[in-house]
Write a protein that binds this ligand. Structure first.
Ligand SMILES: Cc1ncc(COP(=O)(O)O)c(C=O)c1O
Length: 364
């Protein structure tokens, strides 16, 4: 966000720092949002979300993963971020622990801290494609562990968990009586490996998802929680008290988007091509970390060979070339000497960024 602010003060910036898909939401979503608002669908809804939207979400899980999710376990929220906060408030007792991967989505530790919990991390290695090693997770789980928080396809690495890893994590959570919390917000943006939902292996987990990434609807603020059967009442109380409901007409628009689908086949092809462009350039610059993102739209670049820390490197590159990238340290110690480049931006912009960085690295 700070890089975005700095970039906003400069002219002619190419934005590789942002996590916003560049594609348009399904056209039907805009139509339905306007019609719905015009027809007065603007009051509070049931705190769980409108039944027709929850039916569309349930059908999506059936269609996509062949799993049955009853409507009473689905909670629609204003984005997946408040959903994550509600889940943390439910799972984490003061002093208990949540296991995260390192690197991880930057705000995760803050959600845990806000629930007065602690975090412990499992280090991921680019050499194994940032795929979690189950033995490391096993070693990280202790008597204080309340939850395991996983994210696939992952921000900031773009790694996609194999079905074997998902199954092993489900098994570990079951054996140790720990809650598995799976952030599946980048599902659908898996272009080299299929992303599997934890719900294919268990009902006994929290799943977080929403329309931000897959449908290009970040600012609409619409997400959801799938709660395990025995936490349904607790989550109901939390969302009733703290979230009230997601915007009424946006719920209708989200239902339309989910039913219509996002035309993801061509989007996935585009993201794969952009990933290839950026990866090839990273190899030329000597910043490649030796792994290939299989989903989401992020690539970590190793900047340890450049002078200064990752914040200084990001600033220097931004000032010299107008290319904005995100410094890695906020994603964890394993990303300390990295920059995160997003390929959610247009192919033309990525080509422009590569051209500018080619010239920069040639002269540096
Ligand atoms: C891993 C991850 N989870 C959650 C979110 C938040 O998404 P939402 O727009 O649904 O709040 C993001 C946004 O970048 C993300 O990268």
């Amino acid at each position: 966000m700070e890089v975005l602010e700095k970039a906003g003060k400069l002219d002619d910036v190419v934005h590789l720092e942002v996590g916003e898909p560049d594609f348009e939401p399904p056209a039907i979503a805009r139509e339905v949002a306007s019609e719905s608002a015009a027809h007065g669908e603007v009051s509070y809804t049931n705190a769980r979300g409108k039944e027709s939207l929850r039916e569309a979400i349930s059908d999506y899980y059936e269609r996509q993963y062949g799993v049955e999710v009853p409507l009473n376990r689905i909670f629609v929220t204003p984005g997946s971020s408040p959903a994550l906060l509600a889940v943390m408030l439910d799972v984490v007792d003061p002093g208990s622990e949540v296991v995260l991967t390192d690197p991880h989505y930057a705000p995760y530790p803050n959600f845990v801290r806000q629930a007065e919990g602690e975090t412990t991390t499992v280090e991921l290695d680019p050499e194994t494609g940032f795929e979690p090693q189950i033995a490391d997770f096993e070693a990280a789980v202790g008597p204080e562990t309340a939850g395991l928080l996983i994210n696939s396809p992952a921000n900031p690495t773009g790694a996609v968990l194999s079905p074997e890893s998902v199954e092993a994590l489900v098994d570990l959570a079951e054996r140790t009586g720990t809650r598995l919390i799976s952030d599946e917000i980048y599902h659908g943006l898996d272009f080299d490996a299929e992303a599997h939902s934890v719900l294919e292996y268990t009902d006994d987990a929290f799943v977080l998802d929403g329309v931000s990434k897959r449908y290009g609807m970040t600012g609409w603020r619409l997400g959801w929680i799938i709660a395990p059967p025995d936490e349904e009442q607790a989550i109901n109380r939390l969302v009733q008290n703290f979230l009230i409901c997601a915007p009424n007409h946006v719920q209708d628009a989200a239902e339309a988007a989910i039913r219509e689908g996002a035309g993801l086949d061509s989007i996935r092809d585009t993201y794969r091509e952009r990933r290839d462009l950026l990866l090839e350039a990273a190899r030329d610059w000597g910043l490649d970390m030796g792994y290939t993102p299989a989903g989401a739209y992020y690539l970590l670049l190793d900047v340890s060979s450049l002078p200064g820390d990752a914040f200084e490197v990001a600033d220097r590159i931004l000032e010299a070339t107008g290319v904005a990238m995100t410094p890695g340290p906020d994603f964890g110690t394993q990303a300390e000497n990295t920059l995160r480049a997003s390929f959610a931006t247009s192919t033309a912009d990525i080509e422009e960024a590569i051209e500018r960085l080619d010239a920069y690295f040639e002269s540096h």
